[in-house]
Unconditional design. Sequence first.
Length: 626
Amino acid sequence: MCSPKSHAPEGRLRRIAAIAAFMAAFSGQAQALASELDALWRQANFAPRAVVEQAQIELSRARQRQELKAQLISLTKIVVGRSEFDESEQSISDIDQALGLSRDLKESDYECQLILVKAGTLSDLQRFVEARKLYAEAAALALTSCPQVASRVAVAEAWTEFSRGNIAAATVKFSDGYRTADQLEDHWAKSDALNGMANIAIRPQSSPNERARGIGLFRQALAAIDEHVYRSHACTLHFRLGTALLRSGDLKAAREELNRALVTANEIGNPLTAAAIRYNLAQLSLDEKAPQDSLRELELAEPFITSKGGPQKRFRILVLRAQAMSMLGQVAEAQQALDAARELRSQIKIRERDVEFHAAAATIFEQSNEFAQAYKEMQKLRNAERDVAIAAKETQEAELRARFDADRKDREFALLSAQSRAAQSRQLLLIGGLVFTVLFLLLLALVVRLQLKQKRNLSRLAFRDELTSLPNRRSILERARRAHALKNDLTAPMTLGLLDIDHFKRINDTYGHDVGDAVLRRVAEAAAKALRSSDSLGRYGGEEFLMVLPQCHRTDLSTIFMRLRAAVQAINTQELGIDRPVTFSMGIAFANVGQSIDDLLKEADEALYRAKRNGRDRMEVWEDPA
């Protein structure tokens, strides 16, 4: 099935999941019914819109003639065809009519399938409680009327769990559905189950190995069906395969799969799916550094996605547009799109979208030279990435437990057919112990990993000044010593600079230590941004900062000082409650051959003292009195 839904692109196909089960053989009269509905389903998957239009004509005729069975067949065709498009609420009415006819006519096969279709539709509408009750009803009816639907029930329930974000449960149910479909030789159900497993594997938080596994599962799902017959389902598989390849960085293969899906979507008359595919092509073009192509794809996709999609789809369109505009240098247009996306963020409760937004915002603000705002967005990006990582870790742990459970069931299934009950019981105990041991070891490894990470964090904190977040005295001195040791390998001398805030004691005495601390933080932030990327800045003590300036010529000093002065003067002191600007004095010393780092620091300190003595708000360079 071909669809742009964010959680499960083929989610609406769950409404008709059970219909494919009619492909399997029944006995006697059920065999003829299976062939009849198998042909119906194939036609709907090949050309869904045409099937719906023809079925509506047939339904009108059947009602005029009061032919109830013909009405049931026509309504079923409409349900199957509409399941390929975003018409969930309208489909509910058709399904209820068809269900009523199937019960009046005692057509239990139709009833079983239609219950499952309705459950999938309710799941699409996020009415999960009602959907679960219907799945249970369909499963109970399948035991007596249509046993071949058992695999479809498991797969349909799996898609619902996947849409709800319950990945562990979805993993188990997809595995159960695949095993049952394989035993019944239901190739379409196998393809659908493989499709679900692949969607779990290619989620954004998945590892490269998991994504590679997902790509392989999509290829297996395609190999399990006849693409020329089940065109709508094949369209979905090519679409999702292209998405997985795009996330893996294989842009050439991704474009090939997405273009193939786009051709099929246009052929079967599904513009909404075509728009979703074009969105991915727009992302692909952006990754290829072709923003104009990206914008052209967005122009074609946006009308359909905006009219049918929710706030998340509109949000992603705006973020992608902002990135393309920024890449073209159209900063004002990029920020306009970003502002529109920001207004939609409150309606979206998905962590990955926060990561997308803050990453795009940081890049755009940086390109427009709004470095303070870019820095804020980078901080928010780190927080969002941390939240995503935490959620991913929790999900992965649940998935791991689910996979172990699924593997255990596979082994149990093999043992049931190969050994006696007593031997089987012993094996199950062994497997259970193995699973418990592995889980325990994994948990232990996770605890050790977290402890090591915490230890590394504490180690990093030991080298950071708590107030300014700059390297502390110990750390900046170590950097100075390393730079001093390498000075003979450089084409320009290594330079040390001491920066001291003017009249800082007066600020503390007049406005209080809280204001003094705020001044220290603002000066540290401004100075760190103003220095070159090769320079280092750390808090040396009190209101004094030490700068390590490798490969710094005397001719560079004026530029460095003026850049630092401009950055500090830009501090809004009124926000801090200070009625005077903040200034600083700076002393510079150049390293000479054979000179110790301590001597170099003394020279920089003497130069700083001279700057203070000569009026402050200035820079002095140490000169040898000789």
